[in-house]
Design a binder for this molecule. Structure first.
Ligand code: 5GP
Length: 181
């Protein structure tokens, strides 16, 4: 794990290692494997940030009779939420009577999650579960609580393992937090 990561004039320090992430992916994967027994779920990966987490989690869950679909939402600019959630790519997959598992990278204010779940429920799924890699409970503006969260973290800006700073550094294998002044 690199000691510090510098990007766009900001410095980030190590926060969660790839091993810690993998352990949590295994834990959540096992819970979902049990909870989805006998189901043919649709995993809905929220682009762009969740693509790495979703790839690891879906393989960990290990249900072959599944489908994978993608949606894209945006609410962040730089290191803070704009408060406006925009759907950039909608769902094309038919999810009628399906068990849908939304896979997100991070829940901050909860606005994206809330908007997304409203959109999905209009398409008549049998059930909707919400999984997130990271949850910042103190930032909540909606009271939204994910069904599964790998880590609960304080309201600080995070990068790596799919999470970006203005589109960059998603490739980092570990997770980094912005350095305090
Ligand atoms: P919310 O709608 O819950 O406020 O924000 C959710 C979205 O904001 C996430 O999907 C992610 O794109 C972005 N976001 C929130 N917190 C962070 C963070 O600490 N780091 C990064 N890179 N993105 C974040």
């Amino acid at each position: 794990m690199d000691n510090k990561v510098k990007v766009d004039g900001l410095t980030f320090v190590p926060y969660l290692t790839r091993d810690e992430i993998q352990k949590q992916v295994e834990r959540i994967g096992e819970s979902l494997r049990k909870d989805l027994e006998g189901s043919s779920p649709v995993f809905l990966c929220v682009l762009n940030g969740a693509f790495i987490f979703a790839a690891d989690l879906i393989r960990e869950i290990g249900i072959n009779d599944c489908r994978v679909a993608f949606v894209r939402y945006a609410s962040y600019e730089g290191t803070s939420s704009t408060g406006h959630v925009r759907q950039l790519t909608g769902l094309t997959e038919d999810i009628t009577d399906k068990d849908v598992v939304i896979i997100e990278d991070i829940v901050d204010t909860g606005l994206t999650a809330q908007t997304m779940i409203e959109d999905i429920k209009k398409k008549n799924p049998r059930s909707v579960r919400f999984v997130t890699l990271l949850h910042k409970p103190e930032s909540s503006k909606t009271g939204f609580t994910p069904d599964y969260a790998a880590f609960e973290i304080p309201p600080k800006f995070i990068i790596g393992y799919g999470l970006d700073l203005d589109g960059k550094v998603r490739n980092l294998r570990d997770i980094y937090v912005i350095e305090e002044e």
